[in-house]
Design a protein around this ligand. Structure first.
Ligand code: ADP
Ligand code: ZN
Ligand code: ZN
Length: 720
């Protein structure tokens, strides 16, 4: 005798697969991980109940599951619900969503022994009424009410299945430690809340236990983090959990330390892709018992049965959007999760995304503003422009920039030099024939990395040694083109021989190195910090009084309609790094377009004013957030194949009056790693219309033969 179950697998097909379940396995709770044969391979999948209405597979062809992975808990109900939302919203197969949500180690059938050795009764378990036939579970629950049990002991007594059932029912939970005794929280000397913080607290505390999205727009240093901490404290006091999402891996250890110091008796778990596989799996398994889960975008999928609050810090940050596979936005998924769990979602930023800001303006999100810095003496910095049309530059620096750097150094204060690029210089070029080193696999130029003597493609990773002569004409004197952080560092060293200079960018930063750098800056071992995007992320350096911004003009006239929004946010954030404590800060921006409205609003620290302008533009041009977009991406070895696929897709598109289907075009970065990329944009003012369209369209896409191109759907695309 055997029963039938459906299994979700990581395949491109949006359906579940039927398998036989040996009777010896009993019945599996929904979400149980199983290993099954699939084609000629084996795969790990997620079990659901019996197929409604039986199976269409002939009984001779029906295969049996290979094993139940009961060394790990079933995917929790809250995670299943969120995965269902994502499968629907992103038009992605449920199995692919679920397996993308799981940490890689738990996706493997290799046995996993978690170092969460304790099975502990939950609050619900103490009062649970189990069905009469669940005698073994009842007995185990009684044992647990008396004392937590170790995994080893349970395994020895062959009670793992009952343990799993109790955990699935929410009566017990696996824990790294036996439960903490409820110690008193330290009442460290906290500053009294600022007026704006107090107003936000008074508004939010009464509504944390219901769904609502609250956009905290607070200038850098206005005390947003402090506000989150107080909201979290309230949630923890009710025995509930807080999920805190942040954009940057490098910032997690720092923030974790900060949170742990504030809540010494609470369990804080971290989840981000910088963790080793094992640690990531452990922390995922520990999530149901933790009090605060802190992590990057992938943490939004962690099991949190007592979720009481979600905070998304720096909600405007592009890294919340996953750029391959399941292309989700963790911010948007967080909002969906808040809705499912019926809890408040707090989005915070000094420069909210226009998507969120528009929602606050139309009243769907509540807007809370912190307009001044929390530190009583901290003021917002003065922002000056150096007009590149009139001022000559030497190695990228104008005279005012050089003077400002020298003066800051003499005063014994710190400077920040910001460049929106990485590598030594964007490219290597030949002054005789104008040859520029191209990547052989992409439509991109190779970036010069002088220290390692290599040219590297930042899209596909292709690397070569720097050629001795121009491969085109033989010219031996090849020159760097433009300015990169490495070259900037060298120029600065020549300009300020006495200064201690440190460079940071994606090429050189790991969380540990980042923490070490923060220490060095705070200890005043650094005079000038040179870097890229990383510098625009949340940081608090009290003696950093000058921010110098070079070479931003590319962002003012980019074909990407979000470029000005991003540039504005980045400049506001960088400016926010200057003068955070009692010393006044100064920001100097070199630009050839000093009359651009972006700078006018930046100089007044006027996010809202510029946001209004950008929103009006978006509205006039029918762009997000006033319209919704889905991008069908295709890639193939030849552009014709990719475009041909999209043409057929466009022909198969259902005709809906409110949905626009644009013409297929090559992607702006048309060639990456030897694949040609093309895209087809679908747009509608109505989200339901757009989703109904894609739902109708998807089966037609699956059916296009021959499959000349690999394709994917990107709902709410951020990068084109
Ligand atoms: P944000 O996250 O908005 O950039 P933070 O929460 O990091 O701001 O606060 C910036 C600085 O102000 C920190 O040094 C913090 O300790 C301080 N701060 C926050 N709230 C208060 C307050 N109510 N009174 C005095 N200082 C505060
Ligand atoms: Zn040449
Ligand atoms: Zn390349």
């Amino acid at each position: 005798m055997s029963t039938l179950i459906q299994v979700a697998l990581d395949t491109p097909l949006p359906r579940l697969f039927d398998y036989r379940l040996p009777a010896a396995c009993g019945s599996l709770p929904e979400g149980t991980l199983v290993e099954v044969p699939f084609g000629r391979t084996r795969q790990v999948g997620v079990a659901f109940g019996a197929p409604p209405g039986g199976t269409a597979v002939e009984s001779g062809k029906l295969r049996e599951i290979l094993q139940v992975l009961d060394d790990r808990p079933p995917v929790a109900p809250d995670v299943l619900a969120l995965a269902r939302f994502c499968a629907d919203y992103y038009h992605h197969p449920l199995g692919a969503v679920l397996l993308a949500a799981l940490p890689p180690r738990l996706r493997s059938a290799r046995p996993f022994t978690a170092e969460t050795p304790w099975l502990v009764v939950t609050e619900a378990g103490r009062t649970a009424a189990l069905p009469a036939r669940a005698k073994a579970q009842r007995a185990l629950l009684d044992v647990l009410c008396a004392a937590p049990q170790t995994r080893e002991a349970l395994r020895a007594r062959q009670q793992m299945r009952h343990a799993a059932a109790l955990v699935a029912a929410g009566c017990a939970t696996w824990s790294r430690q036996p439960p903490l005794s409820p110690e008193a929280l330290p009442s460290a000397d906290l500053p009294s809340a600022t007026q704006a913080q107090q107003y936000a607290l008074d508004t939010l505390l009464p509504v944390l236990d219901r769904f609502g999205v609250h956009l905290v727009h607070g200038v850098t240093g206005s005390g947003k983090t402090e506000l989150y901490l107080r909201l979290i404290a309230a949630v923890l006091d009710q025995g509930r959990q807080a999920l805190v999402l942040i954009p940057e891996i490098a910032l997690t250890p720092q923030l974790e330390g900060h949170f742990q110091a504030r809540f010494p008796a609470r369990r804080i778990a971290a989840l981000h892709s910088g963790l080793a596989e094992r640690a990531r799996a452990e922390n995922w398994l520990a999530a149901p018992d933790c009090d605060i889960l802190l992590g990057t975008r992938l943490a939004v999928f962690a099991p949190l049965p007592r979720l009481g609050l979600i905070v998304v810090d720096e909600e405007h940050d592009g890294s919340f959007k996953q750029q391959d596979g399941l292309r989700y936005s963790a911010r948007d998924v967080a909002v969906a999760r808040g809705k499912q769990a019926r809890v408040a979602v707090v989005l915070g930023s000094a420069t909210p995304s226009l998507e969120s800001y528009a929602q606050a303006q139309n009243g769907r999100y509540r807007l809370l503003e912190l307009k001044t810095r929390a530190h009583p003496e901290a003021r917002l910095p003065d922002i000056e422009l150096a007009d590149l049309r009139h001022l000559p530059q030497e190695h990228g620096f104008t005279q005012p920039a050089r003077t400002a750097l020298a003066e800051t150094l003499v005063r014994g204060e710190q400077s920040l030099v910001f460049l929106n690029r990485r590598g030594y210089a964007p490219a290597l070029y030949c002054p005789s024939c104008a040859w520029v080193a191209p990547c052989p696999h992409c439509s991109a130029r190779l970036v010069l990395h002088r220290r390692s003597h290599r040219l590297r493609c930042h899209h596909c990773g292709h690397e070569v040694r720097i050629p001795d002569v121009c491969p085109n004409c033989g010219e031996p004197d090849l020159k760097p083109l433009g300015l990169g952080t490495q070259r900037l560092e060298e120029t600065l060293a020549a300009l300020l021989p006495a200064a201690r200079i440190r460079r940071i960018d994606r090429d050189s930063m790991h969380p540990r190195a980042w923490a070490e750098l923060g220490e060095a800056v705070r200890a005043r071992d650094v005079d000038v910090l040179v870097g890229t995007q990383m510098l625009a992320k949340g940081h608090d350096f009290p003696d950093m009084t000058l921010a110098l911004i070079l070479d931003t003009d590319g962002g003012l006239y980019s074909p990407d309609f979000r470029a000005t929004e991003r540039l504005f946010a980045q400049l506001m954030q960088v400016a926010g790094r200057a003068g955070r404590a009692d010393k006044p800060g100064r920001v100097l921006i070199q630009t050839a377009f000093p009359d651009h409205p972006l700078f006018r609003h930046l100089q007044r620290h006027d996010y809202s004013g510029y946001a209004q302008i950008l929103l009006a533009e978006r509205k006039a041009l029918d762009l997000p957030p006033y319209t919704r977009q889905v991008l069908l991406r295709a890639e193939a070895p030849a552009m014709d194949a990719a475009l041909g696929f999209l043409q057929r897709a466009a022909q198969a598109a259902p005709a809906l009056p409110d949905v626009n289907v644009f013409a297929p075009t090559p992607a702006p970065m048309a060639r990456v790693a030897n694949l040609e990329r093309a895209q087809l944009l679908i747009q509608s003012a109505s989200r339901p219309a757009l989703h109904a369209f894609v739902r109708d369209w998807r089966p037609a896409l699956d059916a296009i033969r021959p499959r000349v191109a690999r394709w994917s759907l990107d709902v709410d695309p951020l990068a084109f």
